[in-house]
Write a protein that binds this ligand. Structure first.
Ligand code: DON
Length: 552
């Protein structure tokens, strides 16, 4: 019986279709959001319309992952003019934020202040980003593309096992906000499986946006309600923070790995820079020609070095100078990877110069391809499960706790164990450094649209998946592949149980690596692949999550 269930489940996660004309594909972390994307594509919308519909629907049905009170990065490719761009809808620090705002009088980080409640919330970027995408890239009206989200908010979605886990993890923080408790709990307790989460206030807010666009969120009644709610709960937002929020379009980072062109996101994400640096170092050390255990060792060594650079150099490029060209160049990779030894691990402590963390089932990623070939890879977040757990009264907007992605204090690990320095210090209006890495991978033979949540481990999951694409792996195999991760500090390889064989563990230990097996899997990868030779489109949603991929 169990096997039967597993087979059924797997079928629903993986979609693949042989060409009988152009196809479109949507892979997201929630079946209701995938359906929303397909519905919009079937109404004649393009990938960008579908992306707005999916983002807004995920904001409703995955409230622990992303939302209108959060932000994200949307990587778009438009066929008609061959334009590839990144929509940076990352949250920004409020104007009254200051460098040491989460430190006590002794200069120590005050636990939870940047994670729970109104003070942990950055100014949301997702509403502005969705309006921007709709206006600049969409073809359908906002009313049409927001309709599935509004319907889901009004009619409700059923609580799943995963929802219960997330709500249990954040129960105390959710109880501390009366509106959050009313919406996301059942009589102040973790809701039962199947209980319907209805969000009439959020539906009303989305309606307001269909009538007034971004002003419906950033100006007027709703904006005032957000600011007043935040301030009454101890936060520091001002109305001008909302009025001044701006989406930024940025040029994506592009690198070459063998015959594959890799397109990913620039700061305020650290993902693209780290991915390019790791691919360059792998190429330098001829990764593809190595045996399996040497490949794994080399992967760990390039991860270690890229994460050390992340900690030192990366932050919001509107505020700090980041040597992007240098960090992503082949020459620099030679320097950075120069001291990698194939037979022994480099101790992170010896490089010039971080615990169990959440598993990557909050924050969300989706991948979309339309029949014209337009594509979107987007990773969206409110950071921790259920973000700050704070809903300003009457708004239905669950606020993020993205302020924790800043470095509260140099060298002090954040919720994901990441350390940072000056480049990622808190400043008014500044974007906090992210790891979210929506990515395109393309050669003459294949195209992949991919990404995942997972905090600091996002970047290495995306790296594993890029390598899977280059090795011809199927979408299904890529999302299911076992994962391992190194982030410089703590100096250990964090891995899923099936990432290494017993002999590989012995072998890597003998080279000086410390390995730590994680409890269960992590990540929620969503992949769409086009195999160009036979024009076959396939898509898959990570079996670790509850998502769905559809090709039509
Ligand atoms: O932007 C970032 O890097 C984080 N706020 C992402 C958080 C995340 O992926 C949580 N999932 N485990």
């Amino acid at each position: 019986m169990k096997k039967f269930i597993v087979i059924l489940f797997t079928l629903s996660l993986v979609a693949c279709q042989q060409n009988s004309g152009p196809q479109h594909a949507v892979a997201t972390a929630h079946p209701i959001a995938t359906q929303a994307g397909i519905e919009i594509l079937n109404q004649g919308g393009n990938a960008f319309d579908a992306a707005v519909a999916v983002s807004a629907t995920l904001a409703v049905v995955e409230p622990y992952s992303s939302g209108m009170g959060g932000g994200g990065f949307w990587l778009l490719h438009r066929v008609v003019d061959n334009k590839t761009t990144m929509i940076d809808g990352r949250e920004v620090a409020p104007n009254a934020a200051s460098r040491d705002m989460y430190l006590d009088e002794n200069g120590d980080v005050i636990p939870k202040l940047s994670i729970d409640g109104a003070l942990s919330a950055g100014i949301p970027g997702q509403p502005a980003a969705l309006i921007h995408i709709n206006q600049r890239y969409g073809t359908l009206s906002l009313r049409k593309v927001l309709a599935p989200a509004i319907k889901a908010a009004n009619e409700g979605f059923p609580v799943t096992e995963h929802y219960r886990r997330m709500a249990k993890f954040r129960l105390e923080a959710l109880r501390a906000s009366p509106d959050a408790a009313k919406i996301f709990l059942q009589n102040n307790e973790v809701p039962e499986i199947g209980y319907l989460i209805k969000q009439p206030d959020l539906a009303e807010t989305l309606q307001k946006m269909t009538r007034q666009g971004a002003n419906g969120f950033y100006k007027g009644d709703l904006a005032w309600a957000l600011v007043e709610g935040v301030r009454e709960a101890g936060g520091i937002w001002n109305i001008t923070d909302l009025q001044r929020y701006r989406v930024v379009e940025r040029e994506p980072l592009v690198g070459q790995f063998g015959e594959y062109k890799v397109t990913s996101v620039p700061p305020s994400s650290s993902g693209g820079v780290a991915i390019m640096a790791m691919l360059n170092m792998l190429e330098q050390h001829k990764w593809s020609s190595l045996n399996e255990v040497d490949q794994k060792h080399l992967l760990v060594e390039v991860m270690r070095r890229a994460y050390r650079d992340r900690a030192v150099y990366l932050g919001d490029t509107d505020y700090v100078r980041v040597p992007l060209d240098k960090l992503t160049s082949k020459e620099y990779a030679k320097e950075l990877g120069n001291d990698i030894k194939l037979n022994s691990a480099t101790a992170s402590a010896s490089l010039p110069g971080l615990d169990d963390q959440p598993k990557g089932n909050h924050t969300t990623h989706f991948s979309i391809l339309d029949k014209q070939g337009n594509r979107v890879a987007a990773t969206l977040s409110i950071n921790y499960p259920f973000g700050s757990c704070f809903v300003p009264p009457g708004t239905g907007i669950l606020l993020n706790d993205e302020m924790d992605d800043f470095s509260s204090k140099p060298g002090e690990p954040n919720a994901y164990g990441l350390v940072g320095a000056e480049a990622n210090a808190i400043a008014p209006g500044k974007r906090m450094l992210s790891s979210m890495s929506p990515t395109f991978v393309e050669s003459n033979d294949r195209l992949a649209i991919l990404g995942t949540p997972g905090g600091s481990r996002i970047i290495t999951m995306v790296l594993h998946s890029i390598l899977g694409v280059t090795q011809g792996d199927s979408a299904k195999d890529i999302v299911a592949a076992p994962r391992f991760h190194h982030q410089y500090l703590p100096d250990e390889i964090q891995h899923e149980s099936d990432a290494f064989s017993g002999s590989e563990i012995d072998n890597l230990t003998a080279r000086g690596h410390t390995l730590r097996e994680l409890n269960g899997g992590y990540g929620n990868m969503q992949v769409v692949i086009v195999d160009k030779a036979d024009n076959e489109v396939s898509a898959a949603s990570d079996p670790r999550g509850e998502g769905e991929a559809i090709v039509q």
